[in-house]
Design a protein around this ligand. Structure first.
Ligand code: DC
Length: 243
């Protein structure tokens, strides 16, 4: 048995670790998280989908997205659940399956806006900590390694140049979206700016995160690199005691 096979075997059943994946939009977090979850037998939890679901509710309620008071009241009467799905999480907003309504530009922009408010974040962080409490998860977002699970066994910070991330997003959207690549890159830069510069839990790598820049990689290469990072972290002797 190869070293890699034996290491995989030792942590396959009932692996209770937390793998935190953070990074900006379009860095490949979702794809990589999904592959890691499959490869290591973990549950994949997409925290961005939770912010998106809450943003959808705020939009439906026609609340101003720049006033925390109304948003906090709304949060108090909102339940959000994530369920594992084949390709992405199923998102239940107050019991309604809203999975198919979360990826358009209006909700994307609104999610970035509502996520700047500390009270909204505190509520989300609590929910996410409950979801991951038992371990055995890959959780992806912006603040997982810094705030939600600062003691996660593995932390990866994924990045890529904005133009590359924008073009990947453009390809994902396809011709039906009827947008120009420049527009996608511009929106992505605006979201980056907000996510990186907000006062509460800005997007930044945890000091102990492994940085993975996929600017010059295919997504397949980035997936392989991420798998190697997780395997290497799990094989460190001091990590074994935590498993
Ligand atoms: O990962 P995503 O594109 O689905 O996230 C949508 C927005 O939600 C993102 O612009 C910022 C916010 N977000 C956050 O602030 N913290 C997280 N852990 C996840 C997402």
């Amino acid at each position: 048995m190869s070293a890699e096979e034996s290491s995989l075997r030792s942590f396959e059943p009932g692996l209770k670790i937390i793998v935190a994946i953070d990074g900006p939009a379009g860095a490949g977090k979702s794809t990589i998280a999904r592959h890691l979850a499959r490869h290591f037998g973990l549950l994949n939890l997409e925290t961005g989908a939770m912010y998106r679901a809450f943003a959808l509710k705020a939009l439906r309620a026609e609340l101003p997205l720049d006033e925390s008071f109304g948003l906090v009241r709304l949060a108090a009467e909102t339940t959000i659940r994530l369920e594992p799905g084949e390709e992405e999480n199923r998102v239940l907003l107050d019991g309604e399956d809203v999975t198919g309504l979360l990826r358009n530009q209006i909700v994307t922009d609104a999610a970035s806006r509502v996520s700047v408010f500390p009270a909204v974040r505190a509520w989300m962080v609590r929910l996410q900590q409950q979801l991951g409490a038992g371990g055995g998860v890959v959780m992806e977002g912006r603040d997982i390694g810094t705030v939600v699970f600062p003691h996660a066994e593995v932390k990866i910070f994924l990045d890529a140049a904005p133009e590359v991330r924008g073009l990947r997003r453009f390809d994902q959207l396809g011709p039906a979206a009827a947008v120009q690549p420049e527009e996608v890159i511009r929106d992505l830069r605006a979201r980056d700016e907000r996510d990186r510069n907000r006062a509460d839990s800005p997007l930044k790598p945890a000091p102990d995160a492994v940085l993975l820049d996929s600017t010059h990689m295919t997504l397949e290469q980035a997936v392989e690199a991420a798998e190697a990072i997780v395997a290497a972290q799990l094989n460190q002797p001091h990590r074994g005691e935590m498993l």
